[in-house]
Design a protein around this ligand. Structure first.
Ligand code: GAP
Length: 459
């Protein structure tokens, strides 16, 4: 038996099993903000570690970075966020709910995106208004679309020495990479082409945050920026696209649940842009990562606004490098991994919920059970196995509550690949049973081989 997955099931499961909680829940909940619980933060950190390994440690000529969130406000003028990028919004005249016009048009099959001019989007909106319903009251009477800036304002002392200028929370994490491109060149002396990778927070005043972790107001992005010589972008772009696709497969995502989507309306400076989309339960295919060929736009803009020359000097030949960007939303990838792994099947004649996570991202790698908890010699032996495993494996759980079958079910639900039971035979032979999450099969093995067996199988 395999039930149909719905996002409703996954949202409820994520809360029940300590993966994701609504932000500020005890105060009634904050729209578009989520907190990662004890199992969620382990899964999230494991996804980040896998991304970092693939994009920094396993690569040559890629450098890691962690830049400050607050930046000189001029950064967001140079990037185009202050004057430019904004969402086309309209308000329902009946209940004042605001909608994103580009998204609503897309939903009814009319091609539109946030990069179109206000005039163009309003022309389309007027033509199709009758087919768009207000998500709250169902009405069709909307104002015209207006551009709404997404940057979240803050303040920070006398940042610009002009006193009351706002600073902004980062609208996208990648700007920290452009700001440090020169520092990396001057300190690490990379020969071109080379990359810089960073995981960082981003904040957007999304007017209609929705779909759980999919569209939130605070989120994390994992970005790489690959610096190439002008016009030497095409081959590298194809290689990067292939690499990124493979990484999703390494997270246990079935290839049939992924697809490419090329942008039809490119921003004026971009030469190509593709999204990787995942087939989310209930929501369907939508973007998890963008791969953008950004030409020399970013470094040219920051050269202009900062007055600092950001050209690369290759043995006397100076040029502004072109940039190939990969930008992934960690919340969306987390949701894709959770959705993919979530399953309800039947084992030993009983229905069970199981998270079929690959071992390297599972929040708990192995759980240790004494067969019963009222036999001190069994508990002591199991404690010894638990402590020894903890020296070698990142996350080891202890469970002595209820019968072993129930303990297996609890671990299956959070995706623990292995459960180890210490029984009476252990006291005689120093062997334990190791039970596999996916098959339910058990093997007996010497305690001495346990840590290496598990480490090998969760790689
Ligand atoms: N630097 C390029 C950039 O920020 P983007 O397409 O706006 O490009 C990149 O964002 C990724 O960030 C998206 O593919 C998506 O996964 C994630 N993302 C964007 N807005 C988001 C939001 N409101 N909530 C969650 N994730 C978001």
């Amino acid at each position: 038996m395999n039930t149909q997955k719905t996002m409703e099931d996954i949202v409820a499961f994520a809360k029940r099993k300590g993966f994701v909680f609504q932000g500020s829940e005890i105060y009634g909940g904050a729209a578009g903000l989520y907190d990662f619980g004890p199992h969620g933060v382990e899964l999230l950190n494991n996804i980040k570690a896998s991304w970092w390994k693939t994009n920094v440690h396993d690569k040559q000529q890629y450098y890691g970075l962690d830049s400050a969130m607050f930046k000189d406000p001029r950064v967001w003028e140079a990037s185009g966020h202050v004057g430019g990028f904004s969402d086309p919004l309209a308000e329902c005249r009946t209940c004042n709910t605001r909608i994103r016009v580009d998204k609503e048009l897309e939903r009814i099959g009319v091609h539109a995106d946030e990069k179109m001019s206000e005039g163009d989007i309003n022309a389309l909106f007027t033509q199709h208004k009758a087919s768009i319903s207000c998500p709250k009251c169902g009405g069709h009477d909307f104002t015209d679309a207006r551009a709404f800036n997404l940057l979240v304002k803050s303040n920070l002392g006398d940042f610009t020495s002009k006193g009351d200028n706002p600073v902004y929370l980062p609208g996208e994490a990648c700007q920290g990479i452009y700001l440090n491109y020169k520092n990396v060149v001057d300190s690490m002396h990379p020969s071109i082409p080379f990359g810089i990778a960073q995981i960082g927070k981003a904040f957007r005043n999304e007017i209609s945050p929705r779909n759980f972790l999919f569209r939130t107001r605070e989120f994390e992005q994992a970005d790489t920026q690959y610096f190439v010589r002008p016009h030497e972008n095409k081959d590298a772009y194809e290689t990067i696209k292939k690499d990124r696709w493979q990484w999703y497969l390494s997270l246990g995502i079935d290839e049939s649940h992924l697809r490419w989507k090329q942008h039809e309306n490119l921003v004026f400076y971009a030469s190509d842009a593709w999204d990787i989309e995942y087939d989310f339960p209930t929501y369907g295919f939508d973007e998890v990562e963008g791969i953008h060929d950004r030409t020399d736009y970013d470094l040219t803009q920051h050269t202009k606004y900062s007055g600092t020359d950001l050209s690369y000097n290759d043995n006397g030949e100076k040029f502004i490098p072109w940039i190939l960007e990969t930008s992934m939303g960690l919340g969306r990838v987390f949701l894709a991994v959770l959705s993919e792994a979530y399953d309800v099947d039947e084992l030993g004649g009983e229905a069970r919920t199981v998270l079929r996570l690959p071992g390297h991202v599972a929040p708990v790698k192995v759980a240790v059970f004494p067969l019963v908890k009222n036999k001190p010699e069994l508990v002591e032996k199991a404690r010894g196995v638990y402590s020894e495993l903890k020296k070698h494996i990142s996350t080891v759980a202890w469970d002595d509550n209820g019968n072993v079958g129930k303990r297996y079910r609890r671990q299956d639900e959070i995706g623990t690949p292995y459960c180890v039971t210490i029984d009476y035979d252990t006291l005689e032979s120093d062997t334990v049973t190791v039970r596999d999450r996916d098959t339910g099969e058990q093997i007996r093995m010497p305690i001495a081989e346990l840590a290496s067996y598990i480490a090998e199988n969760i790689k």
